[in-house]
Design a binder for this molecule. Structure first.
Ligand SMILES: NC(=O)c1ccc[n+]([C@@H]2O[C@H](COP(=O)([O-])OP(=O)(O)OC[C@H]3O[C@@H](n4cnc5c(N)ncnc54)[C@H](O)[C@@H]3O)[C@@H](O)[C@H]2O)c1
Length: 395
């Protein structure tokens, strides 16, 4: 039976634009979503590069005016893959136009923006989701399943690091990710946001935090990059780095668990190395992204002489998302997480069910990010405000 088609307009076409395009191309070929995405319209600012990207990724049409693109009657879903400073304006316009919205993380530059976006999204009645794609790595989703089944028991510890090293060179240019006005924050909103989302999802809400942040290289060259097109600021000389390079945090969860978070772009040798470990009274789970098909599980109910961390190769068809893919042991990669996220979003739209993480969950991540920033600034433990969004009563 034919499934409904949903026309997508995607704004931004570089790193995440490429990852999302691949997901839209794959999802209905490899999985069984309740609706099929049509790659209708790719939106960007530079016509030549935009047309080349559309041709390469398989988008039917291009447009350079996102405001008009969003208002088009034939568009069902708006996918926001642009830099962080644009998320709120684009998302609010898309919600006003009645479109379903998938937005890259972090949802917003700060909690105030994020709460406004979440409120507008809840009011609008459309489907809204933030692309915290690491939730949909099968081994991470398996950790969630084991926790829900009580296999870890009462959680004592959350321990997570997100480590990269791409800006250790002090002559690496001042790209948009190092500009507070465009990115909001540095490793914090970029990397820490992911492990904060996972902590909230796997362990629960965070009550208070204590953080330290550092910017190790305070000025960088302004000249435009010739190779990467990373949005470097143009000009001569050096300009100030206005975001954090690294952040470390302690956290108290509302359920009594303790957590630690570390995010940095200065961990020499670590390219995209992140992990979490959760310890409970019945056992532990550990996930390492560079071995993303595996979940490490320790079960205290195993006989004492046979206890030890076991490695679950999460590639069986009974593991989350894997029925769609390959025979056991035929591993999957980074890009599959995006396909799974898009799959979840399409199903939510087609079946009228709530997607997760929605904008309210996205705003909760922003609230933790802001509390950590405030704590680093004041050098004090800082409470995380609760984000509760309820639709306004209509009279
Ligand atoms: N989910 C993840 O793991 C993940 C990974 C990387 C980035 N991201 C997020 O995705 C978003 C984009 O990051 P990226 O790595 O793709 O960046 P990028 O620099 O590779 O691409 C950004 C895109 O946004 C476009 N853009 C910026 N401002 C615009 C505007 N005003 N109008 C139209 N287009 C505009 C740029 O032209 C470019 O196409 C960010 O919010 C980032 O935090 C998420």
């Amino acid at each position: 039976m034919a499934i409904p088609k949903l026309n997508v307009a995607m704004i931004g076409y570089k790193f995440m634009g490429k990852a999302h395009s691949n997901a839209y191309r794959q999802v209905a070929r490899m999985m069984d979503p309740a609706a099929e995405p049509v790659m209708k319209l790719l939106v960007g600012r530079t016509p030549d590069a935009l047309d080349a990207a559309a041709a390469q990724y398989g988008w039917q049409q291009t447009a350079t005016d996102w405001r008009r693109a969003i208002r088009r009657k034939d568009i069902d879903i708006v996918d926001v893959c642009t830099a962080n400073d644009t998320h709120m304006e684009i998302v609010l316009a898309a919600l006003r136009a009645g479109k379903h919205v998938l937005c890259e993380k972090p949802l917003a530059m700060n909690t105030k923006q994020a709460a406004r976006m979440a409120q507008a999204a809840v009011e609008s009645g459309v489907k809204h989701m933030v692309n915290f794609n690491y939730r949909t790595c099968p081994a991470v989703a398996l950790a969630k399943q084991l926790i829900a089944e009580g296999r870890i028991g009462r959680i004592f510890h959350w321990r997570a690091c997100y480590l990269q090293d791409w800006i250790i060179d002090p002559d690496f240019p001042l790209v948009w990710r190092l500009d507070k006005h465009v990115a909001g924050s540095g490793s914090h909103g970029d990397l820490n946001a992911h492990i904060i989302d996972l902590a909230l999802w796997l362990v629960g809400d965070i009550a208070e935090v204590s953080s330290a942040m550092e910017t190790f290289v305070k000025e960088r060259p302004l000249q435009a990059m010739t190779t990467g097109g990373l949005g470097a600021a143009a000009g001569d000389g050096r300009g100030p780095v206005t975001v954090d390079d690294a952040v470390i945090s302690l956290a108290r969860f509302r359920n009594g668990a303790l957590g630690t978070f570390e995010a940095t772009r200065f961990a020499a040798g670590r390219k995209n190395g992140w992990f979490f470990e959760i310890n409970g009274d019945k056992g532990s789970v550990r996930f390492e992204f560079e071995r993303m098909n595996e979940l490490y599980f320790f079960d205290r109910t195993d006989p004492a002489h046979a206890q030890g961390f076991r490695t679950i190769l999460a590639t069986e068809s009974i593991h989350p998302y894997l029925q769609a893919w390959w025979p056991p042991g035929h591993i999957i990669g980074y890009e599959h997480g995006f396909t799974h996220s898009v799959y979840n979003f399409l199903n939510a739209v087609a079946r009228d069910t709530p997607p997760s993480p929605d904008f309210v969950e996205g705003a909760r991540v922003n609230a933790v990010l802001d509390a950590m920033s405030k704590s680093a600034e004041t050098r004090k433990w800082t409470a995380v405000p609760e984000i509760v969004i309820t639709p306004l009563a209509r009279v």
